[in-house]
Design a protein around this ligand. Structure first.
Ligand SMILES: [Zn+2]
Ligand SMILES: [Zn+2]
Length: 1011
């Protein structure tokens, strides 16, 4: 006989789950049928439930997309697909962060220049800007590829770019609001400055993960002589000797006790409680405390600044201001470290700055852009600040101001990008006075949903610092600060749009004009107050200000009204100081209200390598998304990354694990679906005729079916709740468990045999099972879609849309499953739990007697409380089937007849199962025969033989000797069962030239052929 072979085209499932090929095919399907556009069209569809706002957290286009990025993008995509299926419209539109220092540094490297000045001198700004644009486009291509492969359904056509004029103009509008409210200020402030990048850093950047590095610095004790004395000194300590060049005052704690200590010929002044430890450190054993004084009484004391002869400016400052080189009292002085006498350099320290600022003491900060001393620093002119450390030490030594110097290793903040040691400098900068709106910021942040406590506390804790935000950067490739200052009267004007600028320009604006340096710098305005020339302040904005403007800048006014606040955002935990912060601050500045532009924010944990190390270029352990997905399935990655750990945990990405459990789950779903469709097609099942409602009506549902339906409802609820709480790992575990345990290990084995027959009298029962499997597997396929969109689309297209062509065109437009509470049956579920437990005890009993599960046994005796017995009794047929036992007996106590060698048993809690250990060759031979008969039946169906076809012969090869002997008496019975004229056994496959199908018995390969 020849079978009608199954057609293998795009309409049907390939024999094996080969995800990479399948994903390629589905990508083509999406493209060919413009599925993304159809999802976008939902925006104007009357059928949607409503809008859910979204703003993309823009990746910076200066890095290659890696698996850490992928993790966050998968979470966003899950939310999008899920909410779309629930009937909402989300503007899931891409966005790219394009400007900033990282891009510039890369271009500098490419052009082979060392710094900003050199690049401008050698290449000019226009060329530099062009190179920056080219650089981001090179990365953009990689990001598009990564999103495409990963199956991120984000709309790339609607992407925003932070460097475009239209975006910049709207970002300017936010600054304008700040300016109008008095929240944008220019001023000298102490900022963290990176000598390598030649720009200031925001306080948020200073606190970045990994910014603090252990560095070596001098630990210097020095002394300043009290003015008018011969031998009295203030004892001071610092790790930054170069700041002695800018020393302006000393500070003491007003309420602490200070002492005068006699050391040799000298008297040293320091705080009482630090005398012993400091003397020990200085290895001074001979000293004596002479006099005790309260800190307050030291205020106003003058001291001799020792470097005046080298730094004329210091002498000048001293003569101009009465507090310069005097002692002041400050509460911030810590008396638990060093000497309790602190030297203040307002040009180099934040506390110092404010102390001077409050007293009207001038800020002395003689530094240029490379943090080298200017001529105001006298003899130190041209020296890089940190290189001055040892020069200063030597000068102190020669002036009897030196006490001791050592090296210490300590944690010190470095630039997160270039790892240069940061220097605190007073500079002229522009600030958003976010400290003034801190109450609103905290109030707004409190109202946001964060899902997990730890990241929430971290974010709120950071916001409480409430520092002013330094937004000016001394760079090129960025959004220009739209501030023009009159060169004559210093009055300022903030420009809010391109048009406003063009309208007010003093000269013709050229055709290639764009809102970047150098073009924007060439525009001068006329001062409205004095008629003088106004020039732009030479700053660009902090890139965090660019991305933080996105809820306003990326939309039109109308869109903004519809989509802001965003319903849900998610980014890495490092964004507590980054985007989450800048979004919040700018929204409050722009709206004036205590509201965040997002209702919920999930901070994800970072992704590490398999050994738990940070991924970094230097370690060479970065997993690039595109390279990974050349040889790995996107669905597998998605499933694995969500399954592995909680979204807030640090995740160790392990390639080895990818192919294990995750593959097992997806492959099992694939094969279960295939198993269903083969059988259903064979029996000409149609869901229109044999619906679930029909099955209920026809009364052919059995306990196992009702149990499955009940479990399914509970799982839908559970899964959806977990997605809602962003417990992605727990949500995916629900799917994993349902597919592997409930469906594959339990339900399908319960009903499989019913599908092996093709008798007309069980036709309706088989249709009932198909109706149930159709409903269940389709539901599961829909539930999988947010996590594994390729597999779900494939199953949806090749099975469910084939059977019901009127369904929506893509799985993404199918309705999200909702639980049917009428199908819930907790009592039945409990009964099944009991049954499964007793079955598992009986397996343990078999193991005791080394009795294979396939061997039929004559009897099982269950000894358990009445409730347990009743549960099993009610499902006896299933119990016998699952345990492969011919009959069961039930007792509440062990009967006397039991004991001896013919039984084996196992016990758990208060239940014991005995199984007869007698090996019965007759039963075993019959068992093998039935087992093989089922395999042949399945093969018949797979090959497309009709139930009425009588086969010529069936061949079974390579059975082990024992099974062969046991089987031989049953060959004729088997032939009848499988509707075949004769069954042949072969020791070796090579005995017959045939098309062998691989199968297995007891874990050993055997081979079948039918024709
Ligand atoms: Zn740097
Ligand atoms: Zn003016």
């Amino acid at each position: 006989m020849t079978a009608q072979n199954e057609t293998s085209d795009s309409q049907s499932l390939a024999p094996n789950y080969t995800p990479i090929e399948l994903e390629k095919e589905i990508r083509e399907f999406w493209a060919k049928n413009q599925i993304r556009q159809k999802l976008e069209d939902l925006q104007n569809s009357p059928s949607i439930k409503g809008n859910l706002g979204y703003v993309e957290g823009p990746p910076t286009l200066n890095g290659i997309p890696h698996i850490g990025h992928a993790r966050g993008r998968i979470m966003k995509d899950i939310r999008y697909r899920w909410k779309t299926m629930e009937g909402y419209y989300m503007p899931f539109w891409a966005g790219w962060d394009c400007q900033g220092l990282p891009v510039e540094l890369e271009v500098e490297k490419l052009l082979g220049v060392r710094n900003k000045r050199e690049s401008i001198e050698k290449y000019g700004m226009e060329r530099f800007i062009e190179e920056c644009k080219k650089a981001i486009m090179r990365y953009h291509v990689m990001w598009l590829e990564a999103d495409g492969k990963l199956g991120i359904a984000i709309n790339q056509d609607k992407a925003y770019w932070t460097y475009k004029d239209s975006y910049i103009e709207r970002e300017w509008q936010i600054l304008k609001r700040a300016w109008e409210q008095g929240l944008l200020e220019e001023g000298h402030y102490v900022v963290a400055y990176c000598p390598g990048c030649q720009t200031s850093l925001s306080s948020a950047e200073v606190g970045y993960e990994g910014s603090y590095k252990e560095v070596e610095d001098p630990s210097l004790y020095f002394k300043f002589r009290v003015a008018g004395t011969q031998n009295e000194y203030f004892l001071v300590w610092t790790t930054m000797p170069f700041t002695i060049i800018t020393d302006t005052m000393l500070a003491v704690q007003p309420n602490a006790q200070y002492v005068k200590v006699e050391v040799g010929e000298e008297i040293w002044v320091m705080v009482r409680e630090r005398v012993e430890p400091v003397m020990a450190e200085l290895e001074i054993t001979k000293y004596q405390i002479k006099e005790s004084i309260v800190g307050k009484s030291l205020e106003g004391t003058a001291y001799e600044y020792p470097l005046k002869d080298m730094i004329p400016k210091q002498a000048e400052l001293e003569s101009k201001h009465p507090l310069v080189h005097h002692v002041i009292g400050e509460d911030f002085v810590d008396v638990n470290t060093a000497t309790g006498v602190v030297h203040l350099s307002p040009g180099n320290g934040e506390d110092d700055f404010w102390a001077a600022n409050r007293r009207g003491v001038p800020i002395y900060a003689p530094y240029d852009d490379e943090v080298k001393f200017t001529k105001d620093a006298g003899a130190f002119v041209g020296v890089f600040a940190r290189d001055a450390d040892m020069l200063v030490v030597e000068e102190l030594r020669s002036r009897n101001a030196f006490v001791k110097v050592k090296k210490i290793r300590h944690e010190y903040p470095t630039c997160w990008r270039s790892h240069h040691k940061l220097v605190w400098l007073a500079r002229k900068e522009y600030f958003l006075r976010t400290d003034k709106i801190n109450q609103k910021v905290l109030e707004a942040a409190e109202k946001v949903e964060y899902y997990y406590e730890e990241p929430k506390n971290r974010f709120l804790g950071f916001l409480k610092e409430g520092k002013p935000w330094c937004i000016s950067r001394e760079r090129i490739w960025g959004t220009p600060l739209p501030m023009w200052t009159c060169q004559k009267c210093q009055s300022k004007r903030l420009i809010g749009s391109k048009q406003e600028l063009i309208d007010n320009a003093q000269e013709e604006v050229p055709a290639d004009f764009e809102l970047h340096k150098p073009w924007v710098d060439r525009v001068t305005l006329k001062c409205e107050k004095c008629g003088g020339v106004m020039r732009r302040e030479d700053f660009v904005l902090d890139t965090w200000h660019n991305s933080g403007a996105s809820p306003h800048a990326r939309f039109t006014d109308q869109e903004e009204a519809e989509f802001v606040p965003a319903d849900f955002l998610t980014e890495g935990i490092d964004q507590t100081r980054g985007w989450a912060n800048s979004l919040l601050l700018e929204n409050i500045i722009f709206t004036g209200k205590a509201v965040a532009p997002y209702k919920a924010f999930l901070f994800q944990g970072l992704t590490q390598d398999s050994k738990g190390r940070k991924m970094s270029k230097s370690l060479g352990n970065v997993v690039e998304t595109n390279k990974l997905l050349e040889k790995t399935s996107a669905d597998l990655c998605r499933f694995y990354m969500m399954r592995k750990c909680s979204p807030v945990d640090f995740m160790s990405f392990d390639m080895q694990e990818l192919t294990r459990r995750s593959y097992q789950v997806l492959s099992t779903l694939y094969h279960l679906s295939k198993f269903f469709v083969q059988n259903a097609t064979f029996d000409k099942f149609t869901p229109q005729k044999y619906s679930l409602e029909w099955a209920f009506g026809a009364g052919k549902l059995q306990s196992a079916d009702l149990w499955l339906l009940s479990k399914l409802q509970q799982r839908i609820q559970d899964y959806t709740n977990k997605l809602d709480r962003c417990e992605f790992n727990a949500a995916v575990a629900v799917l994993d468990d349902f597919v592997i345990e409930t469906l594959s290990r339990l339900y399908v084995p319960m009903i499989r045999k019913e599908l092996w027959t093709d008798e007309p009298e069980t036709f309706e029962r088989r249709q009932t099972i198909y109706a149930l499997l159709y409903h269940t597997l389709k539901t599961v396929t829909l539930l999988f879609n947010p996590v594994t969109p390729y597999l779900s689309e494939a199953l949806y297209q090749k099975i469910y849309r084939q059977m019901e062509p009127t369904q929506p065109e893509t799985v993404n437009l199918a309705a999200w499953p909702t639980p049917n509470t009428e199908m819930r049956n907790p009592t039945l579920e409990e009964q099944f739990d009991t049954l499964l437990k007793v079955v598992s005890i009986s397996f343990a009993a078999r193991q005791q007697g080394k009795l294979k599960r396939r061997w039929p046994l004559s009897k099982a005796l269950i000894v358990a409380p009445e409730k347990t017995l009743n549960a099993v009794r009610g499902l006896e047929a299933l119990f016998l089937e699952m345990t492969n036992v011919k009959s069961a007996e039930y007792c509440v106590a062990v009967p006397e007849s039991v004991g001896g060698e013919s039984w084996v048993s196992s016990q758990e809690d208060n239940s014991t199962v005995f199984v007869s250990a007698q090996r019965d060759d007759k039963l075993m031979g019959e068992g093998i025969m039935r087992d093989l008969a089922r395999r042949v039946q399945a093969l018949r169906k797979e090959m497309g033989f009709l139930s009425t076809d009588i086969l010529d012969s069936a061949h079974i090869a390579e059975l082990d000797e024992e099974s062969k002997t046991l089987l031989e008496p049953y060959l004729q019975e088997m032939a009848n069962l499988i509707r075949t004229r004769k069954v042949y056994l072969h020791v070796n496959r090579s005995e017959v030239e045939a098309d062998w199908h691989e199968s297995e018995l007891d874990g050993k390969k055997i081979y079948l052929n039918i024709h």
